[in-house]
Design a protein around this ligand. Structure first.
Ligand SMILES: Cc1ncc(COP(=O)(O)OP(=O)(O)O)c(N)n1
Ligand SMILES: Cc1ncsc1CCOP(=O)(O)O
Ligand SMILES: [Mg+2]
Length: 565
């Protein structure tokens, strides 16, 4: 499972804090968090809120640390080891919660961009309550964290307590619709994103048998849920991510909702999976990934950990530590959640798009026929015509003129036997029989991909991070573009440049499955570094278009690319 190159070898080690309880059994709490943070390449610091005398089968004593100890851990760490991300887990009582929230309010004025992930832990996996006696009858009120946290990660029982059922025994979230409504409500209540974990509920079984959530949760307490999972690995574990004003991603996703589903994993050894998930999300965020990316990587990490978990002790054992996930099968399937529709449309392509040679050659992206023909005549094998719709408005390029240009470009591509991709204008590409179409993430929802497939065209899809590349993968395209790697002036980007470390990860994940194309700010000065990530293709705009002799520039880029290691 160990990846070829761990992120800690290519990126500086970020500091991640966990503010949580100690699990003397080593499977959950602070112990799981520190193991996770280290395994994902971070440096973990801990602020212990509570000591628990705990094993894999029981919680015998819970003892909060003193207020002075709690606050001094925070101030001592901040003076020397400021965090790039914080995970908050077990808080023993409402007073501790207030102390941490007040401290966090001060911290956030100094470090507004540091993400904080709150895992509202209430019950251990053996079924015992984890808070002190005061929380047994009255659940914690997390309102003081409103506006201070980026994400909260409740399971179905916690979600119910935090929203519809303050009564501890009741859990009315029987259906997907009720579960989703509660997640949306919590997002508004705390002004943060919500990852509602559906691992303890089987929506399909609920729908077909009418079993209610309480039954499933009480089964879980006695360990029977694990047995049920073990006998039925066809079932799905479905989590719902509700995004709240997420920055650094496509504006379409900033407030999006997404079901993240994975096959249920055949194990009873899931002790500490919630702690592992939330600290993994914090760790991935600390490396500078956006929230949606951090969530899918952390989900994959937990899936791997469950897959390879071994029993230690008589109860559910801890997750295995399997390092940064590099296997596509560990990642969840992503489906857009829409409030207005209960039957989310499946975006899975029935068949893959046209398969291409993994080496496309240097891939120029141009906006005019003159340059296109020059490059084709010079022997370019893969090329794109990218005429943006705003060119239609500003240059008064009429739509019939656009169609004529596309038609001519396609004819030229055929004449020179090249793989010519048309950007954006997929209907015209189909109409005139282009080799392929290139689409961005925003285009996917408004394009008839089946029509492109049926017409036999190749499809390239852009991506700007893990979440988007999973969405691209679900359409089985002919290639996936990874960008933007370096700053670019060619296009205004909502996301930050991905850089070489992230590119290395994406390549590791996808190289066995797709031809990959790195794009954005690539030219002679950084081409060797890009090649060193293992990516086999680069697409370029300015490195060709802004030169005096584009044909010479193409030849020079090709020579440099082929001679780089
Ligand atoms: C090879 C390649 N990669 C990425 C893009 C960008 O496509 P998209 O995200 O659709 O943005 P626009 O190019 O339409 O502005 C691309 N064109 N080609
Ligand atoms: C269209 C596009 N998509 C991602 S980066 C980019 C522009 C790349 O242009 P350049 O090679 O000039 O940086
Ligand atoms: Mg586009």
């Amino acid at each position: 499972m160990t990846p070829a190159k761990h992120i800690s070898q290519v990126a500086p080690k970020p500091i991640v804090w966990t503010i949580a309880g100690s699990d003397s059994g080593g499977g959950a709490g602070i112990q799981a968090d520190l193991a996770t943070i280290k395994d994902l390449g971070g440096h973990g610091c801990s602020v212990i809120t509570t000591l628990t005398a705990q094993s894999s089968v029981a919680v015998d004593l819970v003892e909060p640390v003193s207020d002075a100890m709690l606050l001094t851990q925070l101030s001592t760490l901040l003076a020397d080891l400021p965090p790039q991300a914080i995970k908050i887990g077990l808080l023993a009582n409402q007073q501790q919660l207030h102390l941490v929230a007040d401290w966090l309010a001060g911290f956030k004025t100094q470090f507004p961009l540091v993400p904080v992930i709150l895992d509202p832990v209430m019950v251990a996996s053996c079924g015992d309550e984890l808070g002190d006696k005061s929380t047994a009858s009255r659940p914690l009120d997390f309102t003081p964290f409103k506006g201070l946290i980026s994400l909260i990660t409740p399971n179905v029982q916690e979600l119910a307590r935090l929203t519809v059922a303050k009564d501890i025994q009741a859990s009315p979230l029987h259906t997907k619709a009720a579960f989703a409504a509660a997640a949306m409500q919590l997002s508004v209540q705390l002004a943060c994103s919500v990852l509602a974990k559906g691992g303890d509920i089987d929506f399909a079984a609920q729908a077909s048998t009418g079993i209610n959530t309480t039954d499933i949760l009480s089964d879980h307490k006695s360990g029977i849920t694990s047995h049920r999972i073990a006998t039925d690995n066809q079932r799905l574990a479905e989590d719902l991510l509700i995004c709240h004003q997420v920055t650094g991603c496509s504006p379409l996703d900033a407030n999006g909702g997404f079901w993240l589903s994975s096959a249920r994993i055949n194990t009873r050894h899931n002790h500490g999976s919630g702690c592992t998930l939330s600290s993994a999300i914090a760790s991935v965020l600390a490396f500078g990934f956006v929230l949606q990316d951090a969530v899918v990587v952390a989900k994959a990490y937990v899936n791997q950990g469950l897959t390879y978990a071994e029993g230690i002790g008589k109860g559910p054992g801890p997750l295995a530590r399997t390092a940064w996930p590099h296997s596509l099968t560990a990642f969840p399937h992503v489906t857009a959640y829409s409030q207005n529709s209960l039957s989310e449309s499946s975006d899975l392509q029935c068949c893959a798009f046209k398969r291409l040679d993994p080496d496309l050659g240097i891939y120029p992206v141009v906006d005019n026929l003159l340059l296109l023909e020059q490059l084709l005549a010079a022997g370019v094998r893969t090329v794109q015509l990218r005429i943006k719709s705003n060119a239609l408005k500003s240059n008064a390029l009429a739509s019939d003129e656009l169609e004529a240009q596309i038609q001519t470009a396609i004819a030229l591509g055929k004449h020179y036997d090249a793989q010519l991709f048309i950007n954006d204008h997929w209907q015209l590409a189909i109409k005139h029989g282009a080799f392929g179409v290139h689409l961005g993430q925003e285009d996917l929802a408004v394009t008839d991909l089946n029509a492109i497939h049926a017409a036999g065209l190749a499809l390239g899809i852009s991506s700007h991070g893990y979440f988007e590349l999973l969405r691209a993968h679900q359409h089985a395209p002919s290639y996936i573009a990874l960008g933007h790697i370096f700053p670019t002036t060619t296009k205004q980007m909502p996301s930050a440049p991905q850089g070489l470390c992230k590119l290395t990860h994406y390549v590791e994940l996808l190289k066995a499955h797709y031809p990959l194309v790195a794009i954005g700010g690539i030219g002679p000065s950084n081409l060797a570094q890009v090649k060193a990530t293992g990516v086999r293709n680069i697409a370029v705009v300015r490195a060709i278009t802004e030169t005096i002799d584009p044909v010479m520039a193409l030849a020079e880029l090709t020579r440099a690319w082929e001679s780089s290691l």
